[in-house]
Design a protein around this ligand. Sequence first.
Ligand code: FES
Ligand SMILES: [Fe+2]
Length: 392
Amino acid sequence: VDQAALARVLAPIGQARALPQEAYLSEDVFAWERRRFFEGSWVCVGRSTAAGRPGEQTAVRVGDEGVLLVRDYDGTLRGFFNVCRHRGHELLECGGTRSGRAIRCPYHAWVYGLDGRLRAAPRFGHLPSSDPVHEGLTPAPVAEWHGWIFVNASDDGRPFAEHIGSLDELVAPYEPTRLITGATHGYEVDANWKLVVENYHECYHCPSIHPELCRVTPTESGENFEPAGMWAGGSMDLEAHAETMSLDGRSGGVPLPHVGAAARRQVFYFGLFPNLLLSLHPDYVMTHRVEPVSPSRSRIECEWLFPPEAVHRRGFDPGYAVEFWDLTNRQDWRACESVQRGVSSRGYRPGPLALKEVAVHQFLTMVAWGYVRGGPVPPRSEAETSEEGSTG
Ligand code: FES
Ligand SMILES: [Fe+2]
């Protein structure tokens, strides 16, 4: 990516420009991002319930890597690269789930314990006890945070706590671990994954494309946070009549018990690099998990989480939250797809960012520093490094 263009992205908000065209179109940039941003970072691969019960095994994809998630009987979650120590067959097809007291390779039936150690190589014959295959499966670092599973396939040793930074204390009152999935929607969007994240991070576009959203939230409201960690985001207020984000502003659920009085009048929008968008409402949490498919295509899994006391109430219907955001999502995807076509044009020049697009700038800064430094760089060290006055 053109270094001079990156320097313009890294300029202070007010002078900063958007990313250059190749960041949205180039197959090389896309492959690099999958390796460095998706394999090389802590990436959310779904809810803990995906490997929730003892013995449950789930294979997920992170960038181009496959990782097997395994829940042991004592509750420990482990991750292993999804490759057998014999001749490299995948232990489980990506996207698949199975349960059992052992991990069994489908090819020649080698058996591993849930701790990854080799237990049996049936009919193999002589296998010296000194052979390194006895070490078993290669571990892949995993972390669980408020009911979500994260994988760092690069095993670069960067602590998860450093990735999350100060986001933890902002999310904790919503107690996402105990929330139950009320609905999920999958979307395929013809836009680069970064355009989806950029669009999420600003409400400058709200008066133009979200009439329903503007009825429940004043678009000029809210403030942005100074993040410590790999995230950006801010708050927006609810209109006086609105209990939550829904078409009529009414909640069909119950307020989350540990969300304070001030936060019950607000919605928080956080983007955790690279792929998890967290929207915290007084009565539900919504997430978008963005998966890059190609430079111009992304898969998005949207999930709505509610407290058990709402879900178990007779006649509970998550529709009030789902209809509202499904409509809003579709308005957003149309805009993102239009921008993808726009940035593909010969006429595209990186444009300026408004001051109210500061969270977009924070995200683009993480991306641009990542390009410069060869991997994810938390925003705080960006401030330190910008004093060097050069993008390397
Ligand atoms: S590749 Fe797994 S048992 Fe042979
Ligand atoms: Fe939007």
